[in-house]
Design a binder for this molecule. Structure first.
Ligand code: NAP
Ligand code: GLV
Length: 309
């Protein structure tokens, strides 16, 4: 069995050793642009280039080394009609919990303001925010969103979730569909975007939608930059209508040098690190799914191309 591996970052060693341990019968072929590629049974990749597509035509399935699928589905019908399988957690959910809980608590406990006060040598206790005024709303109640909701509920925050189809989760006020989005937003003090990027969710958070949030709301975006209309968010923050934002993802990554987000003190930004792919866990999960496919079984985390995630 041959596995075609592509890593844009060039870091292939942990993947090769992960597959050697979990799938010893497999030979890992590292894809190199311009070099001939032996026909492979499976492909393991993140964001393919157009030059890779001919080498995907004969594989039995494509495994993604991440949760989001927008980087591959953009190729549409040029992709072979084989199963595309994303990672299901593989160590990402706990990282999302850490990132979002940290961001919510930093704002709720006013640690961002205390950091600034400390730099000014100022000793000034501030009034505490109250949890009952601090509903956290998570857009996307999937593999990652549900873990984040559970962790925020454990801190005692009122929690709300929004999804495409109706869902139920204990302790969470659940909303679904575009027709209920404004109601979800109106009761949300901290909005966390954890949606997949699809034609239905691109540009969803524009001026009109963000203006449904209560005065002084806060945005955390750990999904994709294209969910947010960046100039609208900036204008709402500068006017004070939105208190600030923590952003891990951007329309253009790396965020270009002359971008107003860099200079906006009410925006905290990180370089797309909210939940990193862990090679050992991920290779192990993919190997288990390859074994299941070889036995003729179905596997979890199959991408639905029509739905877009
Ligand atoms: P998932 O399991 O596919 O869950 C997606 C959720 O979004 C589901 O609840 C789904 O609704 C909902 N949804 C999809 N389209 C919708 C729509 N049009 N309206 C309302 N809700 C909609 O995804 P996941 O594994 O939780 O990952 C979410 C995203 O996180 C990924 O797609 C990726 O972009 C991002 N991500 C970012 C990082 C990072 O480091 N920043 C790391 C990993 C992932 P249903 O429940 O009805 O299906
Ligand atoms: C990272 O952004 C992922 O989707 O896994």
């Amino acid at each position: 069995m041959r596995i075609l591996l592509h890593r844009a970052d060039g870091v292939v060693e942990p993947w090769i050793s992960g597959f050697k341990a979990a799938l010893p019968q497999a030979e890992v072929v590292v894809w190199n642009e311009g070099a001939p590629t032996a026909p492979c049974d499976y492909a393991v990749l993140w964001s393919p280039t157009a030059a890779m597509l001919p080498d995907l035509q004969h594989v039995k399935a494509i495994f993604l080394t991440g949760a989001g699928v927008d980087a591959i589905l953009k190729f549409g019908d040029v992709l072979p009609p084989v199963p595309i399988i994303r990672l299901g957690d593989a160590g990402m959910a706990i990282q999302m919990v850490e990132y979002v809980a940290h961001s919510v608590l930093r704002y709720f406990r006013r640690f961002d303001e205390y950091e600034k006060q400390a730099r000014r040598g100022q000793w000034q206790p501030l009034p505490q925010h109250q949890k009952e005024d601090f509903a956290v709303g998570v857009m996307g109640m999937g593999v990652l969103g549900t873990r984040v909701l559970a962790s925020l509920a454990a801190f005692g925050f009122p929690v709300r979730g929004w999804s495409r189809s109706p869902r139920e989760m204990q302790g969470v006020s659940c909303f679904s569909g575009l027709e209920n989005l404004d109601e979800f937003l109106r009761g949300t003090r901290v909005l966390v975007c954890m949606l997949p990027l699809t034609p239905a969710t691109a540009n969803l958070l524009d001026r009109a939608r963000l203006s449904q949030l209560p005065e002084g709301a806060y945005l955390i975006n750990v999904a994709r930059g294209a969910h947010v209309a960046e100039p609208d968010l900036l204008a709402l923050i500068r006017s004070g209508r939105i208190a600030g934002a923590t952003l891990d993802v951007f329309r253009n990554e790396p965020l270009p040098g002359p971008h107003p987000f860099w200079d906006e003190p009410r925006i905290t930004l990180t370089p797309h690190i909210a939940a990193l792919t862990l090679p050992a866990e991920s290779a192990d999960q993919i190997a288990g799914k390859i074994n299941a496919l070889e036995r003729g079984e179905t596997v979890a985390d199959l991408v639905d191309r029509t739905r877009g995630y």
